[in-house]
Design a protein. Structure first.
Length: 424
């Protein structure tokens, strides 16, 4: 069994050791939330809960981990014994994956003895931050696509292999139609897609021979990459092969002035009766590029996005925090300017006007309010209380939330949504 105990920051353990020494081991509640939405995000998408639960299950300190910690000269034998037996036996409350969320709403709430809850801070932030960040970028691409296909090509530029795996997961929950990432296909059941690279075309004596060789092995669902040399000439070769009976379902354009080139490629294909051949574009795209192309009626049928999405290039981080909000039943509040927190374990109620979300209200967990409660208890005494469902179910949950979201929030232009927080 792998151990993940050292995937934390030193100060989590130094604080925990003092808590134990000072007998500060009462029940604590820590809340994970985003203080403020990025300037170019109207909402976020909750993502990463299932991954967090898997990591929590394996959050242990191995004998090797303990030897390393002992070598630092900072920890007593009593504290190392505590870590040796470490296992999360607390409760976890969460807004399910695929829900639309806003600022200052508790995405994850950990309730456990104080040392345990403190030690988990880094793990919780890292896991939920990454997938929420990527899903919140990816959903903008899907919304901008106006229901055209969008696929994830981001693994090669992701921040690590694991980051690429989690990014593919987040993109699929956000509505993407597939991924090039085979590991994500295996682990999460995401449809895998792919065409060819320029190197494939270049290795053959001619572009036409490359296309012919590829189609011989993959006669169905063939997509030819036509911009290695001259994109319009590449399109004409596709027409020539079509007349020989070598059919393609689509062509891919990965460079150049896509707006004008795509129109010319569409004209070449249509004039020869190849109206069913789709145009697939890629190459440094995100929601801004997709929106621009479609708003100008550029004939594109599908989009491949990668670098800008899996790195969330326009907003590469969220102002996410994990803060103590309750200890032994008493409220705990941070009052630092610009970083104030709200006390107690919380519930979020979503109020609707007809079928459209009107506002969210954040209240003390046991208080009642009108509207739909978003926060669910997922773990109790370390035990899973409910089946979280598949990534497909999280994807469907987001689709349902989007259908109830005010239209202005689904556009790229900045819009606001009311979140009322009762401070107590």
């Amino acid at each position: 069994m792998p151990s993940f105990g050292l995937f934390t920051d030193l100060y989590e353990l130094t604080m925990a050791q003092v808590y134990l020494k000072e007998n500060k081991t009462g029940r604590a509640v820590f809340s994970l939330f985003v203080r403020k939405l990025p300037q170019n995000r109207n909402f976020l998408v909750s993502c990463g809960l299932e991954t967090l639960l898997e990591l929590l299950e394996n959050f242990r300190f191995s004998d090797e981990d303990l030897l390393y910690l002992k070598s630092l000269g900072k920890f007593s034998e009593e504290f190392l014994d505590f870590l040796k037996e470490f296992e999360f036996k607390g409760s976890l409350y969460a807004i399910p994956e695929g829900r639309v969320i806003f600022q200052n709403e508790p995405i994850i709430q950990i309730e456990a003895d104080l040392p345990t809850a403190q030690i988990l801070e880094t793990l919780v932030i890292n896991t939920i931050h990454h997938q929420t960040l990527i899903a919140s970028k990816a959903v903008r691409c899907k919304l901008a696509s106006k229901d055209k296909k969008v696929v994830d090509f981001g693994l090669r530029r992701a921040h690590s292999l694991e980051g690429g795996l989690w990014a593919s997961r987040a993109c699929y929950i956000a509505g993407f139609d597939g991924t090039s990432n085979l590991m994500a296909g295996k682990v999460y059941g995401i449809p895998v897609v792919g065409t060819m690279a320029h190197s494939f075309v270049m290795i053959f004596p001619s572009e036409e021979e490359a296309f012919r060789a590829f189609a011989k092995v993959y006669p169905e669902n063939t997509i030819f990459l036509i911009d290695t040399y001259d994109t319009l000439e590449g399109a004409k070769k596709v027409v020539s092969l079509w007349k020989e009976g070598i059919r393609a379902v689509g062509v891919r354009i990965d460079s150049g002035d896509i707006q004008n080139i795509a129109r010319e490629v569409r004209r070449i294909l249509d004039e020869e009766g190849l109206k069913e051949v789709k145009i697939f574009v890629s190459g440094g795209l995100d929601e801004v590029d997709i929106d621009k192309l479609l708003s100008q009626d550029v004939p594109v049928d599908a989009f491949g996005v990668g670098t800008k999405v899996v790195t969330s290039s326009d907003s590469p981080y969220l102002d996410m925090a994990y803060k103590l909000v309750e200890y032994e039943g008493k409220p705990k509040v941070k009052k630092s300017p610009g970083k104030e927190t709200f006390p107690y374990k919380r519930q979020v109620y979503r109020l609707y006007e007809g079928s459209v979300a009107k506002m969210d209200k954040v209240v003390k967990f046991r208080d009642r309010s009108e509207g739909e409660p978003l926060v669910e208890k997922v773990l109790e005494d370390g035990r899973l209380l409910k089946n979280l469902g598949s990534v497909k179910e999280a994807r469907e949950r987001l689709l349902e939330d989007l259908s109830k979201l005010p239209e202005d929030l689904k556009k790229l232009k900045k819009a606001s949504y009311r979140v009322e927080i009762l401070r107590y």
